[in-house]
Design a binder for this molecule. Structure first.
Ligand SMILES: [Zn+2]
Length: 515
């Protein structure tokens, strides 16, 4: 359903909030000290003061049930709450104060809140993540991205590669006091090998070279100094440099993401990193004789002719990718998956399998373009791109990607939802919903797809106690939907309102964030 046909949630700014009834059954919405409401910033009315002072004797025996204290900042009332741990819970009210969820209570309990949203007939999910983003890949997007993400219900992003001199200012801008933007976590540059794929010549500058252990240690010190949230290990590193990067990241408590290096076998990489992207090069270890193929690749990576990094990588992909898929060995692949039981796989299916569901073929693609920076919209809307945007129509690798995700999912390998936006026509924000659809197409249930975009990313950063579910104490990042995503995953697109860091943005405010 096109966005503009959706109804805006009913919302009231209740100047005289209801007093919460003290029934002794439930938890209180606020955990702040009693009578704090007397401070001048939240001065209560005389009647509120009386209500606070009169039942002091009662309060002594029912301390957990205050009717006093300031009202919650926000209440989303009578809504179906959905998260990957608790499933769907109907008829609840969620209270938010100071940027956190303070209570999840029955809808028929009275609430006191400064701002009240009627969630009747609607669905509340945790704020979504895009777990694979490049804020600085295309300068035309950088400034527009935070608004585009929020507009589509994405409240957290992980930037998986860009030069520090570009990424750090972009991150600082998003984290600045008073700025309305998603939470952002960043890696800095791709830690590549002697030959760098994204070296700024024929591709954007995203990577830095780590030809030897000493350079790798120095680079890691520089990244740590810059305050990176994690490290991304790229495809051209040698096994020796890989080991050093792992050691250096572990010693600093930094989680690691990466592509399987072409010089290594996936089963020897999986156990050492916390996430892997694009299913990249995993097929090369899912064959009958992966040891011979990795030995050959190492010889080619010695690169005596000095081929540029990006070209060399493309050559190796062409030589090994499809032949490996054709040489699939089930028993071998099961061993590979067994090495990844604690490694979140971010398959970026909307990228790997773009030709199976090209963005250009979507009925709402013209609406998507309208929200993008004008220059990009003109490029991406060019009819000369054709139905696949110039991409190959060969279905072998797309189908392999869906097959492998299903296999991983059945084996219990954790899956994360990321898009690689803005690469390959991934509209920031919008494309995450396409990824969720593709995950369901691959075999995940809708709630498992939601887990991939909520709890899994939180787990990568050891933040599962802070975000990813809707429970008291969690950070208040929420998305209100008009349709049930468990019935139909495309309903994650039906965003009516977003709560980011406790701040409510209704549909019109979300639309004001994009052009
Ligand atoms: Zn990427």
């Amino acid at each position: 359903m096109p966005m503009h046909q959706l109804t805006i949630p009913r919302r009231s700014h209740d100047s005289k909030p209801h007093e919460r009834e003290c029934d002794g059954r439930s938890q209180c919405p606020e955990s702040r000290p009693r009578l704090q409401g007397l401070d001048p910033h939240t001065a209560p009315s005389m009647s509120q003061i009386r209500l606070q002072l009169l039942p002091l004797a009662v309060a002594l025996v029912q301390v957990s049930c205050t009717t006093s204290g300031p009202p919650a900042d926000l209440a989303i009332q009578n809504v179906t709450v959905i998260d990957a741990v608790n499933g769907a819970r109907e008829a609840l009210t969620v209270l938010v104060s100071d940027g956190r969820i303070t209570a999840v209570q029955a809808a028929d309990e009275a609430v006191r809140a400064t701002e009240v949203v009627d969630g009747s007939g609607q669905y509340l999910i945790p704020g979504l993540w895009d777990f694979h983003v490049h804020l600085t890949y295309d300068a035309r997007f950088t400034e527009a991205m935070p608004g585009l993400f929020l507009n589509h219900g994405i409240t957290s992003i992980r930037d998986t590669g860009g030069p520090l001199e570009l990424v750090v200012p972009a991150v600082e801008g998003m984290r600045a006091e008073g700025v309305t933007a998603p939470r952002v976590f960043f890696a800095g540059p791709l830690m590549d090998g002697e030959h760098v794929v994204y070296d700024g010549t024929d591709r954007p500058l995203l990577g830095i070279g780590n030809p030897d252990a000493e350079t790798a240690r120095a680079n890691m010190a520089r990244l740590a100094e810059a305050g990176v949230d994690f490290v991304k290990i790229y495809e051209m590193v040698s096994p020796e440099v890989f080991a050093v990067l792992v050691e250096e990241a572990q010693s600093r408590g930094l989680p690691m993401d990466g592509h399987v290096p072409l010089s290594m076998r996936a089963r020897n990489v999986g156990p050492h990193v916390q996430s892997l992207e694009h299913l990249r090069n995993i097929e090369m270890d899912c064959t009958a004789n992966p040891a011979a193929s990795v030995a050959e690749r190492r010889r080619l990576l010695a690169n005596p002719d000095g081929i540029a990094g990006g070209t060399l990588r493309s050559q190796l992909h062409s030589m090994y990718r499809l032949p490996s898929v054709a040489d699939y060995d089930e028993a071998g692949c099961r061993e590979v998956l067994a090495s990844m039981m604690s490694t979140i796989q971010v398959p970026t299916l909307r990228l790997n399998a773009l030709s199976l569901q090209p963005p250009f073929a979507r009925s709402d693609w013209s609406e998507v373009l309208e929200k993008l920076p004008a220059e990009v919209a003109a490029d991406w809307g060019a009819p000369s791109l054709g139905p696949l945007g110039g991409r190959s129509a060969d279905p072998v690798f797309p189908n392999w990607s869906l097959f492998l995700v299903d296999l991983m999912h059945q084996a219990g390998v954790p899956i994360g939802a990321g898009t690689d936006t803005p690469i390959a026509f991934a509209a920031p924000g919008y494309s995450l919903h396409s990824e969720l659809e593709m995950l369901v197409r691959a075999g995940l249930s809708p709630i498992e797809a939601l887990r991939a975009a909520t709890l899994r990313p939180a787990e990568f950063f050891s933040l599962e106690g802070e975000m990813g579910t809707i429970e008291p104490g969690r950070l208040a990042d929420l998305v209100l939907l008009s349709g049930n995503p468990l019935d139909d995953i495309t309903q994650t697109r039906s965003v009516q309102a977003v709560v980011i860091k406790g701040q409510l943005l209704d549909r019109s405010e979300l639309d004001a964030l994009v052009r």
